[in-house]
Design a protein around this ligand. Sequence first.
Ligand code: ATP
Ligand code: MG
Length: 317
Amino acid sequence: MEGGPLLRIENLVLGLKGRSYPLVGPVSLAVDRGEIFGLVGESGCGKSLTGLACLGLFPPAVTPLSGRVLIGGDDLLALSENERRFFRGRRVALVFQEPLSALNPVLTVGHQVEEVLRLHRGLSGTAAREETLRLFSEVGLPDPETRLRNYPHELSGGMRQRVMIAMALAGNPDLLVADEPTTALDVTVQAQILALLLELRKRRGLAVLFISHDLTVIREVADRVAVMYAGEIVELAPRESLFAHPSHPYTRALLEAFPRLGVRQLRALPGQVPPPGHWPAGCRFAPRCPEKVPACEKEHPAMKALSAEHAVRCLRR
Ligand SMILES: Nc1ncnc2c1ncn2[C@@H]1O[C@H](COP(=O)(O)OP(=O)(O)OP(=O)(O)O)[C@@H](O)[C@H]1O
Ligand SMILES: [Mg+2]
């Protein structure tokens, strides 16, 4: 097995076909084996596109402009679509917010997991059935035998998310990209799914790129956290360090906002995230920053190390 991180994103910039401005980036981050890496930020900051890029997936209008996405030693962006397909499911798999849109409504969930097992591991018949039952037990689905024969609409939201996780695990990936996997669930079920991810990490050594707009959720699971703002990472730190010593003014604003459950807006901050094509030339956060000085509007800050593991993109730190 290769050394080094499992996933390494290097200066990834994503754009729209036919447009010159970036949608996301440059983004650099690395996820280690067995690590739960949290990616947090407000709507539109680029979390989902970054997550999809880890599978070499891009919505039709979106295209990588530069950078690398390394899984082991292989740059996904340098591979053909056929070659990328080999990585999907077997090295990296995706779990997202709404399992209903990912599951086929007219097939039983048992059938759908068996199909993934056939595709990625060549299993069929009894072997596929037994492995599906095993996966269903592993993800904590009650009465797995009955679940095999259920259609997606017959299951609760929490159970559907467990089926999605079972499907994602079917190819034995090392990394799960989980994009807001608990956002659509009520708080109790959300806690159960987070506990399941932690258990899978422990049992399988699974790594997770955990995407959320909610710092309370990130705080439950992540070993390290990257905070994104307007397409770039503005702070990167181990969880304890980020919550004990938030350094970027944006991270602080997010933390102040989070006790107000259900409130998406950062009340402490005026203004909005600038959309792609309208990022300021200096610090992208400067227009909203309570601590800005004139230099912040001229100079785009680089990531600066505050300690071996804690870095921040702010001229004033
Ligand atoms: N298919 C697409 N075509 C054009 N622009 C897109 C597309 N998908 C995303 N974008 C734009 O790219 C930027 C990043 O979007 P992304 O979905 O990654 O944000 P996000 O952080 O996941 O937001 P949210 O919290 O709402 O899910 C946004 O400005 C968004 O409008
Ligand atoms: Mg998203």
